[in-house]
Design a protein around this ligand. Structure first.
Ligand code: C5P
Length: 412
């Protein structure tokens, strides 16, 4: 699988470095060719001699080594690889990467490389959950850095929680999928069981299309699959929130840990949302039909010579109604702007007109019914484009973002 692939392995200074010896052995078994860089701290945990013996190659550690600079140079070292792997990726290394620091060989080549980087974080759970580390992780993800782990588990320091480096086999699988360009394997930092940023919060989400009846068998609808809204509800529940999902007609299963209310029409969706409120956060992901047939026929309309004419009535704008509540307005009201053109301009206009705190804008031409989506967050303070990601990855990140927004609000 990795035959002839060149891997540049950066070993950071953490106790999990001992597991990297096993990773090196397995990479060599797969016929990968390895260059290894150790940070100064890494050498406190494993010796360059053991690393060199297993890797079958040279171990680099000194930014100013004249021989290394003439023979290879840190720029070349960083580029003569198919993949750069950082294991264990300590809090310090992640912070350096997020900041673009270059104060030793490892940091310099991580900045100089133009290759994909896969990191396997390992640190104490408090360090992993610290907002500074989580900010750095979010920055690195935005930069396209791939993650494997960390996992929940026992720590060397006697605590239990998220921060344990993934096992060598899991890192090896992530290396293979990263090299193949397949990032579907769990390359996202998991939300560990101690990481419940929405614990104690109540979240209401709408999802899917609405179906507005024309007669008992026909309806006005749209192509929304409900995947993004359902993924958001699932991610909010995983983050510890009590979640009520109001779903239009979809073929998806109800997400685990979520109370799902099933509706057909916009009017039913509004009633279900109002019954589900109050909430801390309202997320309107549903593609609500803008119009309904004013008087739907109670019998199937028969085909005749002239096509039937319908008077349409405007549906309630659920998002705008919730955002404009004077009493019981959720602290965060989030809308989606599914557009096919002038995406950002339309989204900004929606943010203001509907009085939302955040609009998630996307190009529906690209996203409807698919697993991936490319979005831009638009808030009154500015906008933030995100790289293309799977819808469940977007959901997990959006949930973390909203938890942070709630925390940052003075009325929290
Ligand atoms: O359809 P429109 O582009 O206006 O949708 C923008 C946002 O408003 C979406 O978040 C959608 O869920 C919400 N919306 C709603 N009720 C409507 C129309 C849209 O909640 N009747």
């Amino acid at each position: 699988m990795l035959d002839g692939k060149r891997i540049l392995l950066v070993i950071g200074g953490g106790i999990a470095a001992y597991k990297v010896l096993e990773l090196i052995r397995r990479l060599r078994e797969q016929n990968a060719s390895l260059n290894v860089v150790m940070t100064r701290a890494a050498k406190q945990f494993v010796t360059p001699l053991s690393v060199a013996s297993l890797s079958g190659g040279k171990v680099f550690d000194d930014l100013f080594s004249l021989t290394d600079e003439t023979e290879i140079g840190h720029i070349q070292l960083s580029r003569a690889a198919d993949l750069v792997v950082v294991a264990p990726a300590t809090a310090d290394l992640l912070a350096k990467m997020a900041q673009g620091l270059a104060d030793d060989l490892a940091a310099t080549l991580l900045l100089a490389t133009d290759k994909k980087i896969l990191v396997a974080p390992a640190m104490n759970l408090r360090m992993w959950l610290h907002p500074a580390t989580q900010r750095n992780v979010a920055t690195l993800q935005k930069d396209g850095v791939l993650f494997v782990g960390p996992e929940d588990g026992d720590m060397a320091c006697g605590e239990y929680g998220p921060g344990r480096m993934s096992e060598p086999a899991a890192i090896l699988a992530a290396v293979a999928s990263a090299i193949e360009g397949d990032t579907r394997i769990a390359l996202l930092p998991g939300i560990g069981r101690f990481d419940k940023p929405l614990a104690g919060r109540r979240v209401v989400v709408t999802s899917g299309p609405t179906h507005e009846p024309i007669d008992p068998v026909r309806y006005i609808g749209n192509r929304s699959s409900g995947r993004q809204g359902h993924a958001i509800a699932a991610a909010a529940a995983k983050a510890g929130a009590e979640v009520i999902l109001v779903s239009g007609p979809v073929t998806l299963p109800d997400p685990p840990g979520v109370s799902t209310l099933h509706v057909e029409t916009a009017i039913e969706m509004l009633a279900a949302v109002e019954a589900a409120l109050p909430a801390d956060i309202f997320i309107a992901t549903a593609a609500v039909a803008d119009w309904r047939v004013e008087a739907a026929a109670s019998q199937k309309i028969k085909k005749s010579d002239t096509p039937p004419q319908f008077a349409l009535a405007e549906n309630p704008d659920i998002l705008a109604l919730v955002a404009q509540r004077t009493a019981g307005r959720p602290r965060l009201v989030v809308g989606f702007a599914a557009e096919t053109d002038h995406i950002l301009a339309h989204a900004r206009e929606k943010l203001q007109r509907k009085h939302c705190d955040l609009i998630v804008a996307n190009d529906v031409g690209d996203a409807m019914g698919k697993d991936e989506n490319e979005i831009t967050l638009i808030a009154p303070s500015g906008s933030e484009p995100w790289p293309k990601m799977r819808k469940d990855e977007i959901a997990a990140r959006l949930v973390r973002h909203l938890a942070q927004m709630l925390k940052d609000r003075p009325d929290a």
